[in-house]
Structure formats: structure tokens, C-alpha cells
Design a protein around this ligand. Structure first.
Ligand code: GDP
Ligand code: IMO
Ligand code: MG
Length: 419
């Protein structure tokens, strides 16, 4: 068996949570392989809305095992809040949720370091989610981090104090006031509560599962343009968001990767700072923001909006080896008579469809399309979709050379067309 992957092709918030939830009955195991509580994955079904930050989006299916992989950074406070939120309705998820023992911990001081870094950067800030992601991954690569597995060791408290002391020393170099007492108390309470979950060796777990014929879906967080290597550095997150991150984040070989689903919105959004070639500052941008309810699921920040960018999309498809595309939020474009997508970039008068090193100074070359001004939520098959939307999709498929296999026509689980 192979591991399928579903990941974002833009700057995050493409609708990954919704589609993973839709696909999860086809899989035995759903696994997060990177990122942390910077993610906000929204699921809507039976009139209820859930936003998941750390727990994989298969958690609402009774027969699905959900795994937090070793490539993830986990904040115990946020994790336990999320568990308790799901269990409020009477479900017990202890047996449906496993955590890799090498999953890295986000300490209270990581959050402070994140905030202090951002404050120091001032107007040049990354616009991070403030969850301590950058500092937590920094400790991982500098070989100072604590793993979930460490919480069962007799000297865990000492290890914690040692790392905290390093952080406090570093924080003295910033002009930044903070108080972690309350959060630290919650953190230790949450550490105790996490102990009821099973910690696994993820290499053994996934390889055994695949050998037994189990179907695995890896759920990406963030999006390719936020990837630490491939993204718009330094305005990126600190993990490997791309399909290669599945191998290191779960402990499986590249030859074990199967279908790679790349998900994108029918337009583009971005939260936080950094270049965004097709960003709109006009009425159309405002209309996308309003019609798409574009507010961050984790921070509530207003998302920047613009037209679809085919140059960036092609790049993301290439780097991930995408085999099937998923388009979301096409319903939002119903609000327009005419829509656009950027087919190429103009760089100093030259037309290119390659992503250049400097994407700050490119000019998108747009192509206009007539929009479908009808309610596509009513459409339950590809055939039933308006001709204008079909030609928009066909144009994209033709340009990027990968078929669109799933079309999302609304936020609810039900509003999905699988081809
Ligand atoms: P994720 O981070 O990729 O899981 O995406 P988010 O949950 O952060 O953001 C996607 C937003 O769009 C959420 O509010 C979803 O409920 C919503 N959504 C997902 N798919 C669709 C769709 O096809 N149409 C509309 N209108 N909303 C959608
Ligand atoms: P999901 O999984 C959108 C952005 C932040 C910031 C940059 C770095 O919901 O798609 P970080 O806190 O990671 O250090 O922030 O990355 N960012 C996201 N944007 N969706 C996300 O996750 C994001 N996770 C991080 O806004 O620009
Ligand atoms: Mg999100």
C-alpha cells in the first residue's frame, strides 16, 4: 500500500480540513506530518462547525485512526483544549488518536520568543500566528527540543527547566515584557492529561500499517508557498509543507507515496506578510474577502485576497508531484460578472511562467473569464455545473497538465463533487 497525500498549493486555508473530512471514510488512518497549532482546519457538517488546529481532520469518523506525526510541533494546552472540545459531545477519542513519540513540544517560552521576534522585526514582521512555531522548529534543528516521549522520562521536569532557562537567557536580549506563569501552569496540567494517549514509534507504525494493507492519508497544513524551502522566504512557516515532508514527518520512504492531492482555491488568499503578486486592493479584492468570508481560522485576521495565480500554482504542482487537483470555493466567484486569473508574469517587459527568485516585482498578466452567476451548491455532478465554470476548470487543467478530480461548491461536507 501507498500513502496518499492532501496538501495546500497556495498560502494555506485552501479548504484542506473540509476535504480531508470528506475523504476520510475511504482511509484507515489520517496523519498530520508537519506544522502545529498555526493551522486552522474548518469542518462543517450536521449544522455544526469545528476548527481543528492539531488533531487530524478524520477525528469525527468512528473507524478512522488519527495520528499526529513526528514532524509536528505540539502545544499541550491547545491540544487538550481541542480534545476536550471534541469530547464535549460525549465521544471519547482516546483510542482514535495517536501521537508520535518524537513529536516536538512547544513550550510557553516558545510563544514568548515568537512574539518578541515579531516585535523586534516591527514593520518587517513575518505576521506569524504567534503560536511559537518558528522558535519550536529552531530548537528542533539546533538539537535542543523536547519530544512528547520525554514527558514519560523521570527527568522531564529538569529537561524542561534547562530549555526554559536557555529561552529566558535569550529573552533578556529583547526589550520585551512577558509573564508565563499562568500559561505554564496550564501547560503542566495539559502534560498530565496527554498521558492517556498512546505514544507511538511512527516509523514502525506506518510501515507496519502499510504492510498490512491499511490506507493512509497524510494531511498537510499551511500551503506550498509557505514552505520553508519552496516558499516566499523569509515570509514562510518553519516546516516542510511539501510532499517530501510526508517522508520525514511520518517516517515513510518516498517510494511509499501514492496519490498526491493538491488543493487550491478558485482565487488566492494569504494571511500575514510577504509578497503576493495577484493581490487586489480594489473593490474586487473587497468583494472576494466578503463573499469568501476570508478571516483566519486560527487568528481571526482578515485574509488578503486576489485572483488565481497560475505561475505559482504550476510551481506548487511541480514541487509536490501533484497527481490530482481539488478546487474549492468556486461558489465565491458567483458574486462576479467577470473573473480573472494570472496566466503569466511580466518581468521588466518579458513574459514568463516560471516563478522567479524575486516575486515582489512581477506584474501578473491576466486573462478574463465570464463568471457563472448561478448557485453551484445545487449542482451535484460535474455535468450539472454551469458551462462557464467548466471552461474555467478546463483552462486550468490544460495549463497545468493535471486533472481536477474534486470540486468543492460550499463549506459543508455535503457540498462536494467527486469526479
Ligand atoms: P484549511 O486551513 O485549508 O483547512 O482551510 P480553512 O478552514 O482555514 O479555510 C477555508 C474556509 O473556507 C473555511 O471557512 C471553510 O469552511 C470554507 N470552505 C471550504 N471549502 C469551501 C467552499 O467550497 N466554498 C465556500 N464558500 N467555503 C468553503
Ligand atoms: P492552515 O493549515 C494560512 C502563515 C502565517 C504567517 C506565516 C508564518 O490553516 O492552512 P507561523 O505562525 O507558521 O510562524 O507563521 O505563515 N500561516 C498560515 N497561513 N494558513 C495556515 O495554516 C497558516 N499557518 C501559518 O500567517 O504568514
Ligand atoms: Mg486554515
Amino acid at each position: 500500500m501507498k500513502t496518499d497525500v492532501l496538501l495546500g498549493l497556495q498560502w494555506g486555508d485552501e479548504g484542506k480540513g473540509k476535504i480531508v473530512d470528506v475523504l476520510s471514510p475511504k482511509y484507515d488512518i489520517i496523519a498530520r506530518f508537519q506544522g502545529g497549532p498555526n493551522a486552522g482546519h474548518t469542518l462543517i457538517f450536521n449544522g455544526e462547525k469545528y476548527v481543528l488546529h492539531l488533531i487530524p481532520s478524520g477525528i469525527f469518523r468512528d473507524n478512522t485512526i488519527n495520528v499526529i506525526g513526528s514532524g509536528v510541533v505540539l502545544d499541550p494546552v491547545i491540544f487538550i483544549k481541542e480534545v476536550e472540545g471534541i469530547e464535549k459531545s460525549g465521544r471519547d477519542i482516546t483510542d482514535n488518536l495517536l501521537i508520535a513519540e518524537k513529536t516536538n513540544l512547544i513550550l510557553p517560552t516558545h510563544r514568548i520568543l515568537d512574539a518578541a521576534n515579531e516585535a523586534e522585526l516591527g514593520s518587517g514582521k513575518i505576521g506569524s500566528t504567534g503560536k511559537g512555531i518558528g522558535p519550536a522548529y529552531t530548537d528542533k534543528t539546533s538539537r535542543n527540543a523536547l519530544h512528547i516521549g520525554d514527558i514519560l522520562l523521570p527527568d522531564f521536569k529538569e529537561k524542561y527547566e534547562k530549555l526554559k532557562a536557555r529561552h529566558l537567557k535569550r529573552l533578556k536580549t529583547y526589550d520585551y515584557n512577558f509573564d508565563i506563569e499562568e500559561y505554564e501552569a496550564q501547560w503542566f496540567e495539559s502534560i498530565e492529561k496527554i498521558k492517556r494517549f498512546k505514544f507511538i514509534n511512527s516509523v514502525h507504525f506506518f510501515n507496519d500499517a502499510l504492510a498490512k494493507g491499511k490506507k493512509v492519508l497524510a494531511e498537510g497544513a499551511q500551503g506550498t508557498m509557505l514552505d520553508i524551502n519552496a516558499g516566499t522566504y523569509p515570509f514562510v512557516t518553519s516546516s516542510t509543507v511539501t510532499s517530501s515532508g510526508v517522508c520525514t514527518g511520518l517516517g515513510i520512504a518516498p517510494s511509499r507515496i501514492g496519490e498526491v492531492y493538491g488543493i487550491f482555491k478558485a482565487y488566492t488568499t494569504r494571511v500575514g506578510s510577504g509578497p503576493f503578486p495577484t493581490e487586489l486592493f480594489d473593490e474586487d479584492g473587497k468583494k472576494l474577502q466578503e463573499a469568501g468570508h476570508e478571516f483566519g481560522a486560527t487568528t481571526g485576521r482578515r485574509r488578503r485576497c486576489g485572483w488565481l495565480d497560475l505561475t505559482a500554482l504550476k510551481y506548487a504542482i511541480q514541487i509536490n508531484g501533484v497527481t490530482a487537483l481539488i478546487m474549492t470555493k468556486a461558489d465565491v466567484l458567483e458574486a462576479f460578472e467577470q473573473i480573472k486569473l494570472s496566466e503569466y508574469y511580466d518581468i521588466k517587459g518579458e513574459k514568463t511562467d516560471y516563478l522567479p527568485y524575486d516575486i515582489e516585482h512581477v506584474k501578473p498578466i491576466y486573462k478574463s473569464f465570464k463568471s457563472w452567476q448561478s448557485n453551484i451548491k445545487e449542482c451535484k455532478s460535474h455535468k450539472a455545473l454551469p458551462e462557464e465554470l467548466k471552461s474555467y476548470i478546463a483552462f486550468i487543467e490544460n495549463k497545468v497538465g493535471v486533472p481536477v478530480k474534486i470540486i468543492s461548491t460550499g463549506a459543508d461536507r455535503k457540498d462536494t463533487i467527486i469526479l
